[in-house]
Ligand binder design. Structure first.
Ligand code: ADP
Length: 695
């Protein structure tokens, strides 16, 4: 069985309809078409021709098609805002069509305001709703800091816009009301849009390719608008100015956004976390502090178009702006250090208390256990009953303390995640194996189903999370039902799911249960021996991996808990493989999966064999550049396979690298030896050196 490993790692290119067919990269195609059209428009078409008008209809038209097609292809969970986005671009299309073909526009006598201007401004107002909608979906309502920062940056730009656009528009000589209202409308709506963009930008977790493309495109469009408004103001407006191709470029980026698979990834809002001063945030704030003074200095020295009053006004306002930004930064830094200190004190407290409790509890549990087990002689029945209750509750207390300690350790980052490349399906199988005993006791059947996805994660922590979810599913399911555990690729992520047919969770509790000590029913901790911390720990672990966790449920029918873990980077070569061919022989599915993914990432074409016999057959047929060989395999083992390869003329010269759990041993005529678990770099180095010898 020769396996195309590229298919396994190229999650981005896979559909999630279960068919495994690769999805087309529509977004890339759209980018290429858009860039080509922009280049043709800029360099090849005579400005003001019918062809340029056609382009001005074609690109906005394609943008509408892309906005709708993206929703239909990817079916995002939060589709309403994407539909609003499509509506905004439909308005934009109508406006562009008017620009391109209305008789006044063609004759060059553009009335201000024209219907197109009204439509453009309506586009922007709708877009503002789109930006706010996305920010809200991502939990922006709880992120006050982001709102303040967005306001600061917008105010900084507004001061400049006031001095160079709004004030000149208001005081322009000779312009009629229409001539003023349109540029003014653009200037104000642009500022509002900038505010919306910044608002979205500062919401944590929004930096997915789709959202980056959208925000970058809108930002470009704002830049083009400034050029357009300034030209209307200076009465130098003409077709074919620099801002025309910038509009086309902006629409190219914006249209690619809904076609990118990452547009699906919105949904559960992120919790407002600790205050952070990321590089992006710092950059924007610094720009807000420096932009107004820089512009005023440049104006005074090089342009000199502002009157003395305006200069004084602008200097004062920019000084106040800079002060505001500095105060905000100081506040942010202070918040951060206070937050850290509070966190440290809390962690220290829980850690000390928990450790102090654990020591006496261990001896109490030991003594009670001895007594209950009859080591001190038989007890009267009533005393025995009391002892059993005491043992049970001591166990519960110990579990609780262990969970608190675990939560605190993960939260404080005291135990770093041991990130390694692992096959998700293998993690699912392992978790199911571990929970099999508990399931049998409860009369619940476990089913595992894993698609070949590779993730970069702390394997033990993933298993812990799955075990916790499966444990809950078993606890809250009646005997005779099935709990399904699965993993499947979804866009850039691997999605793990644990589905039960148990009692279900009421909708108002679906979010709350992820908080520490939250339970659906107060009796759950007693009757189901839970601590109420399992889901909080799971959320912390998933969050550490950059994923998210959520629950879906119908009361009385069952619940599904799901979490995402980013899948391994998806930049494989073409499935046919562009690099040298490597034959990978191992009887373990997960080893083949993980090593295969590593090799594909390094550009090799991989063929896989699950037995020595198959490896020999494939080596003769495919003549690989190198063979990676496991030693311990049922049937034809590694040593025998090696001997067979060496004895045949066709395969004698192929370098062989052993990949085994055992350290290197003498007696094998091989070209390299890797001990499992194999690091990606070591694998690359070993292959590089054997292939270099060959050439
Ligand atoms: P516990 O240790 O109590 O299970 P968790 O944080 O794991 O703590 O779960 C919190 C609560 O969420 C549970 O007490 C239960 O009320 C609810 N819950 C979790 N999983 C399920 C499920 N599969 N079905 C129904 N309720 C669940």
């Amino acid at each position: 069985m020769a396996v195309r490993w590229a298919d396994y790692v190229d999650m981005d290119a896979r559909t999630d309809d279960g068919s495994g067919r690769p999805a087309r990269r529509w977004w890339l195609l759209y980018l290429v078409i858009g860039l080509t059209v922009t280049a043709v428009y800029t360099f090849a078409l005579p400005s003001g021709s019918v062809a340029t008008s056609a382009v001005y209809m074609l690109v906005p038209g394609l943008l509408v098609v892309a906005s709708v097609a993206g929703i239909l292809i990817h079916r995002p969970k939060a589709a309403a805002v994407w539909w609003l986005n499509a509506a905004a671009w439909s308005l934009n299309f109508l406006a562009s069509a008017w620009w391109a073909f209305a008789p006044q526009a063609v004759s060059g006598e553009m009335p201000f305001p024209s219907p197109a201007d009204g439509l453009f401004i309506a586009t922007y107002v709708t877009l503002l709703a789109v930006l706010v909608g996305f920010a809200r979906q991502r939990g922006g309502a709880r992120d006050r800091g982001g709102l303040i920062d967005a306001l600061i940056v917008t105010l900084a730009v507004a001061t400049i816009s006031w001095a160079f656009l709004i004030q000149p528009i208001l005081t322009a000589d000779g312009a009629d009301l229409g001539g003023r209202i349109v540029p003014l409308g653009y200037a104000i709506v642009d500022l509002l849009m900038l505010g919306g963009l910044m608002r979205l930008w500062f919401v944590p977790g929004v930096r997915r390719p789709a959202y980056l493309l959208l925000t970058a495109g809108i930002l470009l469009q704002l830049v083009a608008d400034e050029g357009y408004t300034a030209s209307v103001l200076a009465q130098t407006f003409a077709f074919g100015e620099w801002y025309d191709p910038v509009y086309l470029l902006a629409w190219t980026l914006i249209g690619a956004a809904p076609l990118h698979p990452s547009m699906r990834v919105l949904g559960a809002p992120e919790a407002a976390g600790e205050p952070v001063l990321t590089r992006g945030r710092l950059g924007f704030l610094a720009t807000a502090a420096l932009l107004p003074p820089t512009v005023i200095i440049a104006e005074i020295n090089f342009v000199g178009s502002l009157g003395p009053d305006s200069r004084i006004g602008l200097t004062c306002v920019s000084g106040v702006m800079s002060l505001l930004v500095l105060l905000r930064m100081r506040g942010l830094l202070l918040d951060m250090s206070q937050h850290r200190e509070m966190q440290r004190l809390k962690n220290e407290f829980t850690s000390v208390v928990s450790h102090e409790l654990r020591t006496p509890l261990t001896s109490i549990r030991g003594s009670l256990g001895l007594m209950a087990g009859g080591a001190l002689g038989a007890m009267p029945p009533q005393a025995q009953r009391m002892l059993d209750i005491a043992v049970n509750n001591t166990d519960r207390l110990i579990r609780l303390i262990n969970d608190i300690l675990d939560l605190e350790r993960i939260e404080s980052g005291e135990v770093p995640m041991q990130i390694q490349t692992c096959a998700a399906a293998d993690v699912v199988r392992q978790a199911v194996r571990e929970m099999e005993g508990m399931a049998q006791e409860a009369g619940v059947r476990l089913e595992a189903d894993g698609a070949p996805v590779v993730v970069s994660a702390d394997r033990d922590r993933l298993i812990q999370t799955l075990c916790n979810l499966v444990g809950n599913a078993i606890k809250f399911s009646p005997a005779g039902t099935v709990v399904r555990v699965s993993v499947a690729p979804d866009g850039d992520d691997a999605v793990f799911r644990v589905a039960d047919a148990g009692r279900g969770i009421p909708p108002e509790k679906l979010e709350a249960i992820f908080e520490a000590f939250e339970q659906v029913d107060a009796s759950d901790s007693r009757e189901k021996s839970g601590t109420g911390l399992g889901l909080a720990i799971s959320r912390m672990i998933v969050g550490r991996h950059g994923g998210r966790i959520w629950a879906e449920s119908t009361v009385g029918k069952g619940s599904t808990f799901a979490f995402t873990i980013p899948a391994l980077a998806q930049t494989p070569p073409s499935p046919a493989g562009t690099g040298p061919t490597v034959l990978l022989c191992d009887d373990d599915d997960s080893v083949r999966e993980v090593l295969g993914a590593m090799l594909v990432r390094r550009g090799y074409h991989v063929i896989a064999a699950c037995s020595g016999e198959e490896a020999l057959r494939l080596a003769i047929r495919e003549r690989p550049a190198a063979v990676l060989l496991d030693l311990r395999m049922p049937g034809f083992n590694g040593g025998e396979t090696l001997a067979a390869l060496r004895s045949r003329l066709e395969t004698r010269a192929i370098p062989v690298v052993i990949v085994s759990v055992t350290p290197p041993e003498s007696g094998y005529a091989v070209d390299g030896w890797l001990q499992k678990p194999v690091e990606e770099d070591a694998l690359g180095a070993a292959l590089d050196s054997v292939l270099a010898l060959r050439t």
